[in-house]
Design a protein around this ligand. Structure first.
Ligand code: URP
Ligand code: ZN
Ligand code: ZN
Ligand code: ZN
Length: 483
């Protein structure tokens, strides 16, 4: 078994920071020691295979992206990153675990879909991976499947209040799934947007000739998000199910979550880098020489980017500090401009919804530390520790401590990362299978230097040393946020 010593680094956990050496034996962290310690008289450094000098650098638990959609069939096409390319890109960016979504469309059998997704991912991933299960129609067999899936390590179920005819569950179906979650201890995840209202606004916009990507934002207003968030909270309250609201973008939705939490309800909120950094005005309303008004298609995702004039982005950073929002995932769902996004060239409603950023989440959130939006420890908490606890992986993942998996990132605060600079060529600055970058031109005052996945060095300063199939399935427990 390979032994690795990461010495002299600043070890950052969500609970605090200390200068320490981290000894990894095989796949696990064996010890966290004062720098230069010996073990029973043995000089550790002389007895390991690899020594990584992390002086002046942060040593953090590997990132956990709890919301990704690798090769997801959606919007008449399929997300452009496969489990292979997407998890490799994640590793480049310091993420060592993902939780992806098994898709069940109406009429399909939940367990069949689960087995299909296990087949898709098996042997393909560069890093460890788990699954949530999407439920669309909630059949009797789906309720039975929910119990079976919890035993398989799938302890969270995503429902949609939007995308009628594709994913949408009506309130009765939602309540049925919530009742089951309340009884088996699993988590309900909610895409909270009022789908009927959105469908009407979209129809009206297209009929009026308002077909550019900007109207994607205008036809999914914050009221539709606030209303659905409130409704989901009330249905969860009624049933006693815990509720995790995914990809929250509107400050009014955050307020609904905060009120419910203050009342003592088990309600949690996730946001994404796009809702912290990007806006309706600057991105959905963008123009370029190549694409004209269609440039904004690069950022068509749901919930949509919000108006910066209304202050949603500012409020979202604040919510991360105050814990009204608990964690940050990417909702990585990439579609190329050529051949995918351009299906909606003359009608924004035909643009496949999604943004790819699994590679950039750790860097983008670290920039929040540099910009004094969040503390160093909070960075680790919202990108790794809380995702681990929220989805039943904490202790093995999400922390640097003896017994935890050797999922470790050495992060250089004096390094620099340029995202998607055109003169460098996209392939040099990102590794996602995506023909543009949603963060092109972003400059990060930090750099992912070394990444270990269960003790194996997979990224060593700008070289990928891992292999497809390194990643193993994570059989998750119940959320560690629930009693
Ligand atoms: O636009 C998005 N978010 N695409 C992925 C599917 C979802 O709703 O999470
Ligand atoms: Zn969603
Ligand atoms: Zn998603
Ligand atoms: Zn470097």
């Amino acid at each position: 078994m390979v032994k690795t010593l990461i010495k002299n680094g600043t070890v950052v956990n969500s609970t605090g920071t200390a200068t320490a050496d981290v000894l990894i034996d095989g796949e696990r962290i064996a010890a966290v020691l004062a720098p230069g310690s010996t073990l029973l008289g043995f000089d550790i450094e002389r007895n390991v295979d690899t020594v990584i000098d992390a002086a002046g650098k942060y040593v953090i638990p590997g990132g956990i992206d709890a919301h990704t959609h690798m090769q997801m069939p959606f919007g008449g096409t399929e997300a452009s990153d496969t489990f292979e390319t997407g998890t490799r890109a994640a590793a480049w960016g310091g993420t060592t675990s993902i939780v992806d979504f098994v898709v069940q469309y109406a009429g399909e059998n939940v367990l069949d879909q689960y087995h299909l997704w296990q087949e898709k991912a098996r042997g393909e991933c560069a890093i460890d991976y788990g699954f949530h299960q999407i439920l669309s129609d909630v059949q009797d067999s789906s309720l039975v499947a929910m119990d079976e899936l919890v035993n398989e390590g799938v302890s969270s179920f995503k429902l949609f209040m939007a995308y009628k005819g594709v994913f949408l569950s009506d309130d009765g179906q939602i309540v049925k799934a919530m009742q089951k979650a309340a009884s088996n201890g699993s988590m309900i995840m909610m895409h909270a947007e009022n789908g009927s209202v959105i469908d009407l606004l979209v129809q009206q916009a297209v009929a009026a000739g308002n077909t550019t990507p900007y109207y994607h934002g205008l036809t999914r207003p914050w009221q539709a998000e606030e209303e659905a968030t409130h409704r989901a909270i009330m249905l969860a309250n009624l049933t006693g199910a815990p509720l995790y609201v995914v990809h929250v973008s509107a400050k009014q939705a955050v307020e609904q979550i905060a009120v419910a939490r203050d009342r003592g309800q088990n309600v949690f909120g996730e946001t994404c880098p796009q809702y912290l950094y990007l806006s309706l005005e600057d991105q959905l309303g963008a123009h370029s020489e190549e694409w004209g008004d269609f440039e904004g298609a690069k950022w068509v995702c749901s919930t949509p980017l919000r108006s910066k004039a209304e202050g949603h982005q500012h409020h979202m950073w604040q919510s991360l500090r105050t814990n009204d929002i608990q964690m940050v995932s990417t909702d990585h769902c990439p579609f190329c401009m050529k051949g995918q996004k351009d299906m909606g060239l003359t009608d924004f409603s035909k643009i496949p919804n999604g943004i790819g950023s699994v590679e950039h989440r750790m860097d983008l959130l670290y920039q929040g530390v540099v910009d004094k939006q969040i503390s160093l420890e909070r960075w680790v908490e919202v990108t790794s520790t809380t995702p681990a606890r929220m989805f039943g992986m904490y202790g093995t993942k999400g922390v640097i401590q003896p017994g935890a998996d050797g999922d470790v990132v050495v992060y250089d605060p004096k390094g620099h990362t340029s995202i998607g600079m055109p003169e460098a060529g996209l392939d040099k600055t990102h590794h996602m299978n995506l023909d543009y970058s949603a963060y092109e031109g972003f400059e990060i005052d930090g750099h992912v230097d070394t990444v270990l996945s269960r003790g194996k060095v997979v990224i060593d300063d700008n070289a990928y040393l891992g292999a497809k199939g390194d990643g193993k399935y994570i059989k998750r427990g119940l959320s560690q946020y629930l009693i």
